[in-house]
Design a protein around this ligand. Sequence first.
Ligand code: RAM
Length: 868
Amino acid sequence: MSHEQIPTVSAPTAEHHREPFGIGESSPRISWKTTAPPGWTQQAYQIEATRADGTHRTDWVTSQDSVLVPWPLAPLASREHCEIRLRVRGVDRTVSAWSPSLRIETGLLEPTDWTAHAISPQQPQRSAGERRPPLLRKEFAVTAEVQSARLYVTAHGLYEIEINGRRVGDHALAPGWTSYHHRLRYQTHDVTEHLRAGANAIGAWLADGWYRGRLGFGGGHSDLYGDRVALIAQLEILHRDGTITIIGTDTSWLAGQGPILSSGLLDGETYDARDELPGWSNPGFDDADWSLVEVVDRDPATLIAPTGPPVRCTEEITPVQVNALGADRILVDFGQNLVGRIRITVDGPAGHTVVIRHAEVLQDGELCVRPLRDAISTDRYVLRGAGPETWEPRFTLHGFRYAEITGWRGGDPYRDVVARVHHTDMARTGWFECSNEQVNRLHENVVWSLRGNFVDLPTDCPQRDERLGWTGDIQIFAPTAAFLYDCHGMLASWLRDVAVEQHADGTVPWYVPEIPGGEQWTPARPGAGWGDVVALTPWDLYQASGDTGLLAAQYESARRWVDLITELADESGLWNSGYQLGDWLDPFAPPEDPGAGRTDRYLIATAYYAWSLHHVARTADVLGREDERRHYEDLAWRVRRAFVDAYVLPDGRMTSDTQTAYAVALQFDLLPDATARAAAGRRLAELVEAGGHTIQTGFIGTPQVAPALSATDHDETAYALLLQQECPSWLYALKHDATTIWERWDSMLPDGTVNPGEMTSFNHYALGAVAQWLHTRVAGLDASAPGYRDIVFRPRPGGGITWASAAHESPYGLVAIRWELRESELTVETTVPVGATARIEWPDGGVTDLPTGTSTTSRPGAGPISSG
Ligand code: RAM
């Protein structure tokens, strides 16, 4: 047998971890990817684990699975590390070499593993001055040789740790935002290299963050989780002689005041470098005037390991243009609307203050900060006056493309002003490109809005006084996000928070974590499209990842939601009561009342109710809960019938003769038969054409319009909608140089002024959900079984686009398509990973089954399709 015919296996992965270090799963599921010649099929796998007590090998496990297979050995203990590798055997009896190995290490799995206490400075911290972000420190001796050292750490508030003057790790805004009452994440760091023999010191910066900082709109609220910041840190040193030293936070630590005068997520940070304390996290520092700390409450049972990656700086961007606005006032354009913060290098006298303000857009040549509402987003740096000084704020984040810097004392701003992009450091998994440059920019904008709003939790927007985990926004966007990035770990964590914050009656908060939201949002009311996140988003993530464990974990939450709606629905099954946002931000809704769209809000509510019931039934099916599957599917059918009776007229028109009504009825499979579907598709196409191919839909309808047109053979109409450039349209924003997706179609008005409405974000991913249609229809890459185990390529050239490509790093490996239209010949190059099956469905109805690997197929005469 030749060398190429032997399969090779990638290093395995554990759960959805990018770095399986400090994980919380004692029996992590294992996945791998195989490269093998076409036709090769796995017949069995064998896993080997090397643990402290030796090397263990499983028997050959007869299975074709390679995604999230069960942990094959005894569960891991706290702090345990092991190396695993595996090999696979084919049906043809070929056996791969052993894969590269993966190192896994668990964190602290039991509450009793925690001996550290939550500590906080003793002073009351009530007034602004007392609330200055504190420093905490502790010296300790290392007396025996160190084999390894781990730091398990979290905080009430935000923290950064230094040991012996050196920063630990590169996480930003740790520990992130979870439902702190119930779940507080800790992080694990390898700090072996930070320690030295003899005297050592550990120091922590603390700040308010989400825990007690000002959050929310209408002026916001502080102290949402408590009025004291606190640190929980447990440094565990394993010595070569087998002994262990644990340095935990306790009352032997001391508190001092550092150079940060104030720091808020919405407000920005003020830092006085004259107050820096050189050496404060080194041993020997004089802390005689530091004060005592005391222990505050934190139940260690609420401390959990992360399931997703941390927030990090993922990119640095230098200015594309700098304009002088005055003697020492400059306006910097980074050429990209982004989320992060600015690092400056300046040189000036001690006490001189540099002020950095941020905005997404300009008006009349100045920053336009009105869309930020009550977010101040201003950083201030007071110079220490000793040569070039480089500074970046630590505990804040801004959404901006432009910055105004006053008191500028730098050299070349193109070098000395740098925007540092921050977000959850997920692996990129999806790409799209086509022959139309504007469509490519639109797609790029979607990616940027995802990056800007996946900052530990999925937010609506990153810039104004909101930045909340809005359920509806991610419900709409999750399929797109799951294609573009591996966001499973991050969203699985957030969905746990949604479940724990779900109200006793099953109501899903409008946003999670839930904070006071004024009369409109507090107390939360069940809202269609928003609350449905609990039934739909786990399913969407399951489609992308094949992870049934997530479905199991979220099932009760999903059930509680549909059970609540069943109580609220009328006897026929219509959900036709209560407060509803409807087709939020329908362009025909008055700016001051974005919920007053043209589509009957109860039509939308009932449609979502049926769709969620159907998904709960499907979930029950996957989980083997047959009685429940039947119960929810029966209910779903009932609601579908009620929907048709109430909202579809005998002639096929709908009571709301709107694009959103038809698109939702089609996409949620509510219509009784093919004739009704075809009629709805025709009417939808007519409406889109009558609207001159401008957008006439809001949050609910927009993601569904193009897919609904495609599903009823109106691709050309969908292309015309995509390619429209007049307002409102997806491409309109590009005329105004948009580099992210906007909240409103006309966040920037045609005359170039900023929309005066209250909600004018320039970075809201929801309306970017059209990107999933670019992936699945324009490029034509779609999963037809969970985890891309079965793939269907459906290239549908149109709109004058002559080639398109998409690629997705699926659980089985890379899935890719590139098609090109020459004259009327359609040539398609596809890549199919081992373990998956795939086919091309051609525009003319023909089907080609594909082997694994890369292949090219042409079809003469399969040219651009016309709308039906
Ligand atoms: C806005 C948010 C969000 C939306 C809600 C209803 O305030 O920005 O996008 O889901 O309203």
